[in-house]
Write a protein of this length. Sequence first.
Length: 397
Amino acid sequence: MTSDTIRNEITFASVEPDAGLKKALGMPRADAIGVIRDSNMKGRGGAGFPTGVKWNLAAGAQGDAKYVVCNADEGEPGTFKDRLILTEWPELVFDGMTLAGYAIGAKEGIIYLRGEYTYLVKDLHEMLEKRREEGKLGTDVCGKKGFDFDITVRLGAGAYICGEETALIESLEGKRGEPRNRPPFPVNTGLFGQPTIVNNVETFAWAATIMIKGADWFKGIGTERSTGLKLFSVSGDVDLPGVYEFPMGITVAELLEQAGGADAKAAQIGGASGHCVPAEEFARTIAYEDVPTGGSVMVFGDHRDMLDVAENFCDFFVEESCGQCTPCRIGNSKLLEGVRMLKEGKCSMAYLRELCRLGETMQIASKCGLGQSSPNAFLSIVEHFKDEIMGRTPASA
Ligand code: SF4
């Protein structure tokens, strides 16, 4: 039961399905994009690119076909809010994808579903079939002459890297899921070389909601640079783990207070590729201009060994690096090796400084977001938990 994970009031539960789609279909395409652009919504997957700008670029791009791709490859450790949305409010996701198709001039939408969510496929297929019968997919969607759109579901195979949009597109094309060089960007040269938008599950659900409630409603919540509401997956050492809806700009302390984790030692915001925020910085805000996240908040109590945490994340990236580029492929292995040396008291301060320089080089030199963000956890743990870590370096080094 995913509904058991809901911890506070979530806006999607009170949104009328179809209403956002029908409202968008009653507008010129440019106006529908304008509503999303005016809301200043940034993509809810974590990268934070403005959704209206992305849609506008795709609408203006030339191609024989255009595609709307829903990134449901929810693989970031500690993230489970997209699973909830797809289970409880899938109609809003379909509405958002369909109105995006209308806005950019696409006829085809694809949900790229995380391989571990196979159990959702049957229900999604049945709901899509029902939408076809009701005229919400197919020819002249909802009676809108000339607007044809359909949605299919494709299943990933369990690779974390396929959450990166160009690797996801490669996978959809039947190739090995490896990130592409950018530019060109998917809005111009995406799936099968055609203009493509790739947006997160939550982004589409909010797009349908914004269409009903208006851009000003969304823009009036959150901060100037991080507007609106956001779903968070909260896990770890808290009394009430689960999915919460909060305004962007909430402080880490406020979030932990609600989840019953106010006495935590640290919170990893943004999953394995995010940042580890220590208790003394819990006044920081969760927002694109401060600590960004796609929705994952992992909480660590006082009894946790932060080197265990770092080892876990480093191990994850060694496993999930696609291996295309050296900084990421070798860098993550060296970081993992370094953390294990630290745990055994065999890492000198000089070598720890080298590892930090390596992490900073990976952030600059890696080809895609995975390698660029994979050292974040290591670097932030070293920065904020020096006392814990320095106590284990050889005294003479
Ligand atoms: S950064 Fe890592 S995941 Fe990205 S292309 Fe390079 S090796 Fe692959």
